[in-house]
Design a protein around this ligand. Sequence first.
Ligand code: HEM
Ligand code: HEM
Length: 217
Amino acid sequence: MSKPNMHKMRVWDLPTRLFHWALFVLMTLLFVTAYAGRMDAHAAMGQAVWVLVVFRLAWGFIGSQTARFSDFAKGPSAIRSYLATGQSRTLGHNPLGAAMVLALLATILVQALSGMFSSNGIGFDAPFAHLISRVASDSVTSLHVTLAYVIAGLVAIHIAAVLLHWMLRGENLIVPMFSGKKSVQSGTSELRFTPAAAAFAIVVAAAVLLALARKFI
Ligand code: HEM
Ligand code: HEM
C-alpha cells in the first residue's frame, strides 16, 4: 500500500536504465570471456562497452535531468553534507553514489581504451595494438589487467552500497533502475526528460565513429 502524501514519479529515463543493465551484462561477460580465453568475443563486447560509455558521457550533458552530470556531480562538500544529514537534494544519484558512478564510468572508459591497444602475447592483438611498439603494448596490457581488478573492486563496493542502502535506510534503489519510478512526496516538481530518440542517435554516432576509426587508423 502506498504511504499518504507519496506518489510514484518517473525518475530514470529508458536510455539510462537500458545503459545500466546492458553495461552490467556486458561487463560480466567481459570477465567470463577474458578468463575463458575467448578473445574475439571479449574484444567485440569491449568495443560495445566503449560505445555505451561514450553514449553515457554525452547523455550526461544532453540527457534527461537525473542523467546529467550537473544534477549529481556535486563534489566533496555535498558528500560531507549528505553523510551528515542523510538528505540528498536530487531525486537521482545521491552525492555519495554519484562519486561511485563517476569512478565507474572513468575506469571503464580507460579499460575499454586500453583494451584496444592490448595483446595476450599468444596470437591475439587488439585492433589498435599495431599502432604502438610491442613494449608499449605490453605496458598497456598490464594496465588493462590491473584495472580489471580495480573495476571488479569498485563494482563489488557499488553493489554492496546499493544493498546496504536498502537494509539500513529501507530504500530499494534497484526496482527504480528497472521501472524508472520512485516514490516521492506529493508536490515534487516534475523532472525534465530528453527524448529517447536522441539517445539512439548518440549510440549510432558512437558506433559509426568507432567503425571509422577501425577502418582508417
Ligand atoms: C558490472 C556491474 C555493474 C556496473 C559496471 C554498474 C555501473 C553503474 C553505473 C555506471 C551506474 C550509474 C547509472 C547512470 O546514471 O547511468 C549505476 C547505477 C546503479 N546501479 Fe549499477 N552497475 C553494476 C551492477 C549493478 C547491480 C548488479 C545492481 C543491483 C544489485 C546495480 C544497481 C544499481 C542501482 C540501484 C543504481 C542506481 C543508484 C542510485 O539510485 O543512485 N548495479 N551502476
Ligand atoms: C571495459 C571493458 C573491458 C573489461 C572489463 C575487460 C576485462 C578484461 C579482463 C578481466 C582481462 C583478463 C585479465 C587477466 O588476465 O587477469 C582482460 C584481458 C584482455 N583484454 Fe579486456 N576488457 C575490456 C575491454 C577490452 C577491449 C575493448 C579489448 C580489445 C579490443 C580487450 C582486450 C583484451 C586483451 C587482448 C586481453 C589479454 C591480456 C593478457 O592476456 O595479458 N579488452 N580484459
